[in-house]
Design a binder for this molecule. Structure first.
Ligand SMILES: [Mg+2]
Length: 320
């Protein structure tokens, strides 16, 4: 793979995530009927996003908690020039202590516990056990794309960074699959086949396989949606894999996932990070990039992260 391509895919992951998150906010928590009512021709542009009480808390073209937390991971890695899970936890905590718009319930419980900074893994495990090991929300998988950009140790980092807030093996398995897939796409490694993904899934939890198979077999993303388990990590994993296997382009996947509703910002953030890895930054239509109001922040992070993860390429020498 050309070095230029690696950088384009690398950048595509971060931008893809942010674009999916920002447009997905427009249909977050909406059912099909709701979307048909409020966006009769479908949601295509940030400018169309309905300004109701939920959505008007964000400016048009802002992303939500999914990308905020992904950037917490990126910032910690940039600070350390590597990965230190405790510093990632510190960045999560600092974000939660600010105005963590859109924070999920599980993440809130974990990050606001008194001892979180000293014992993040223990606190996270305890909160999961209090849920009787039932809680398996998509708060880990929504931010794991950036881990796929790490030059090595992707599996161990995906597992542990997930466990900093989401201890359930379904969450951990979801993160591993998404991060490994992104890593393979960005760095030109062998793309995991369906059986290889099923093998990864089996190592964590037998319940993951069904959602992988649904994504592979189902042509229509709407048929994956289930309002009864909105926010479930395996549903988000399934939608993301669906986009990888079935979307014809970045825009095709973005619009289909966003207009399927449900936990649309998280589903689209995860799906579009993978699509960014598959098709590259250059395949993201300009209007989605230019409409992001904090895109300078993304450029800054991408530049610094690329210097750490792909120093042999260096941002300065690419695309010029
Ligand atoms: Mg969100």
């Amino acid at each position: 793979m050309e070095k230029r391509d690696i950088y384009d895919r690398f950048k595509g992951v971060i931008y893809g995530q942010a674009v999916g998150d920002a447009l997905g906010l427009g249909t977050e928590f909406m059912t099909d009927e709701d979307i048909a009512w409020k966006y009769p021709d479908g949601l295509r542009h940030y400018s169309q996003i309905l300004q109701d009480s939920h959505r008007s808390r964000w400016k048009i073209g802002d992303w939500t908690d999914d990308t905020d937390m992904m950037l917490c991971i990126a910032d910690a890695v940039i600070e350390d020039g590597g990965v230190d899970f405790r510093n990632v936890a510190k960045h999560f905590k600092k974000w939660a202590n600010g105005i963590p718009m859109g924070i999920g319930i599980n993440t809130h419980h974990v990050l606001t516990a008194d001892e979180y900074e000293e014992k993040p893994f223990e606190v996270s495990e305890m909160v999961w056990k209090i849920s009787k090991c039932q809680s398996a929300a998509n708060g880990g998988v929504m931010r794991t794309s950036v881990v796929g950009l790490f030059p090595q140790a992707v599996a161990v980092c995906a597992e542990n960074i997930c466990k900093l807030t989401h201890y359930d093996p379904r969450c951990v398995g979801s993160c591993l699959i998404v991060s490994e897939l992104i890593h393979a796409l960005v760095y030109g490694r062998q793309i995991p086949s369906v059986p290889a993904i099923l093998d990864m899934a089996k190592k964590y939890d037998p319940r993951i396989s069904e959602y992988v198979m649904m994504a592979w077999q189902e042509e229509d993303v709407n048929r994956l949606m289930n309002d009864d388990c909105m926010g479930y990590t395996l549903l988000t994993l399934s939608v993301a894999l669906w986009a990888f296997w079935h979307a014809e382009s970045f825009e095709d996947g973005l619009l289909k996932v966003v207009n399927a509703g449900g936990d649309a910002d998280t589903n689209a953030a995860t799906a579009c990070a993978i699509l960014g890895a598959k098709f590259g930054y250059s395949a993201i239509p300009e209007e989605y990039v230019e409409g992001l109001i904090y895109r300078e922040q993304l450029d800054n992070v991408i530049e610094k992260l690329a210097d750490i993860c792909i120093p042999q390429i260096g941002h300065q020498t690419v695309g010029e």
